[in-house]
Design a protein. Structure first.
Lengths: 324, 193
């Protein structure tokens, strides 16, 4: 028996990469070969260890910062096609090189005359600088620099060199806002989603998920579902994760939600959440559990190795119910 | 300003190739979260993730005119992302930082992965932090390609054939990277289980 090949197959099975005959063969190996079974169990333990480490996620806050930096870079980046090339294309579309060269020559001479004019003309009288207005607006600006009551943060210089009299920077301007509306309103949901993923106060995150799970919520929005799944799999407060799981139960049960519940059952450090995951999977579809080998394996693993006795009992009861 | 939200990708790309900034912005908004997610999980540092994001979309901006839709835009974009990650990974390996000196206290900072906090108090919390640190160090010992394939498979849930397309490698090579990565992680973390 080629154990090395079997190990690779078992690893692919673990990651849900196998189907059909290949999957059956790998499962059979695990059942009948002690060494293969030991390797599968070792992979299980390795993944349990890996679950302790959750790498950085692309939160809304991080995305916002990245977008702001990109915006300022694009603003200062040269246009892909200089405007004069586009103009030249329109004036001399298919004229060929010689005409373009001649045109370029004429423009160079004209530019020379213009530069000479600028260099030798009489200087204009100096204009008096207007003092900035009390609100931070200069007399020549129509747009306020600082919103009233706003706070500036995250100032980043694009061009700090003030020798030419100008500087350029980006910054975040945070303004207090008051919002009231229906929980299904897209803007309200956007703020709730942001709060659930980014607010440091777990109480705020809890209230956000409760609002998203309220009886009046539509529970069909894919973005809301994704946010709830992120909260279930990565919030560091077990109360928030528990509420997120409860909120997800109100969505139509699909593969994405099933995977999220499976991950909670397999990896959540809180036993109450693992029990909720069992109950959620059971109430969604026993048939689904019976037909999903990965899920069955998680249940079997919970029966033998979960450190909480009630989780073991519940998992066993579900397996007995589907005669597994 | 034109609204591109209900326009197909190919039409948005065409408009962006003509220099329409709103179209380019729409293109960015459709894909940037995934790009940032890949970068964030790969480098596990907010500033580095943003640098990768920036580099990826500046390359897209500069190269969009040459994009001829022979492959999906997403394939092209994710290939750029992988290449920028590799380059970034190689640069980091040359200036290897000492992970044990990094401050991993607290879960508020965006610079660090979330920790598996359990309900059992400070001893368990300390243990979780140590395990997290060990896993992080173990991942840093992988090559750029191994780490990227492993991260995309384990943390992002992509299928190996998808990872192969994104990285412009064969599926067999992607599997090899995954197997080698898992083997190395097993060796490094064996004493923890």
């Amino acid at each position: 028996m080629n154990h090395e090949h079997n190990k690779e197959t078992i690893e692919l099975l673990f990651y849900g990469e196998l189907s059909g005959h290949d999957r059956e063969a790998a499962e059979s190996n695990i059942q009948h070969c002690a060494e293969c079974r030991a390797f599968y169990e070792e992979l299980n333990k390795l993944h349990g260890i890996l679950a302790h480490y959750v790498p950085l996620q692309a939160t809304e806050g991080l995305l916002r910062e990245a977008r702001a930096t990109l915006r300022s870079s694009l603003t200062s980046a040269p246009a892909r096609q200089p405007w004069w090339e586009g103009l030249l294309d329109r004036i001399l579309p298919a004229s060929g090189v010689p005409v373009r060269l001649a045109f370029g020559g004429v423009m160079t001479v004209a530019a020379g005359f213009f530069l000479g004019y600028l260099a030798f003309k009489s200087p204009a009288p100096q204009q008096q600088q207007q003092p900035p207005a009390a609100t931070g607006r200069t007399a020549n600006q129509e747009r306020p620099v600082l919103p009233e009551g706003g706070q500036i943060s995250n100032v980043k210089f694009v061009d700090p060199d003030a020798r030419d009299g100008e500087v350029e920077f980006t910054f975040d301007a945070v303004m207090p806002m008051h919002m009231k509306g229906k929980v299904n309103d897209p803007q309200i949901q956007q703020v709730l989603s942001y709060a659930l993923l980014n607010e440091q106060n777990p109480g705020t995150r809890l209230r956000s998920v409760n609002a998203m799970a309220s009886e009046h919520a539509a529970n069909t929005d894919e973005d809301v579902k994704r946010v709830l799944i992120t909260a279930l799999t990565s919030d560091n407060n077990p109360g928030v994760r528990k509420e997120a799981l409860g909120a997800l139960q109100k969505f139509p049960f699909d593969n994405t939600i099933k995977r999220a519940f499976m991950a909670a059952l397999a990896k959540d450090s809180n036993s109450a959440i693992r029990i909720d995951a069992i109950n959620a999977l059971k109430s969604a579809s026993l048939k689904d559990i019976a037909g999903d080998q990965d899920l069955l394996n998680i249940f079997r693993d919970k029966v033998t190795s979960d450190n909480n006795p009630y989780v073991r009992i519940r998992a066993k009861a579900v397996l007995q119910e589907i005669n597994q | 300003m034109a609204d591109f939200t209900s326009v197909t990708d190919s039409d948005v790309i065409r408009e962006a190739q003509r220099g329409n900034r709103a179209a380019f912005d729409e293109l960015v908004y459709r894909y940037d979260k995934q790009v940032l997610s890949i970068a964030a999980r790969y480098v596990n540092q907010a500033d580095d993730a943003k640098d990768i994001y920036q580099e990826v979309f500046m390359r897209v901006y500069r190269g969009l005119k040459k994009f001829q839709a022979r492959s999906e835009f997403s394939t092209w974009l994710y290939r750029i992302t992988m290449n920028v990650c590799y380059t970034h990974g190689s640069r980091r390996q040359k200036h290897a930082r000492h992970v044990q000196d990094r401050d991993i206290e607290g879960t508020d900072s965006e610079d660090h992965g979330a920790l598996g906090v359990s309900e059992h108090g400070s001893d368990q919390h300390t243990l979780n932090m140590e395990i997290s640190s060990r896993v992080q160090k173990a991942l840093e010992t992988l090559s750029a390609q191994q780490k990227l394939v492993f991260t995309l498979k384990h943390y992002e849930g992509y299928k190996l054939r998808e990872i192969a397309v994104m990285a412009d490698i064969s599926e067999g090579t992607a599997k090899k990277h995954l197997f080698v990565a898992t083997q190395r992680l097993r060796e490094q973390l064996k004493d923890l289980y």
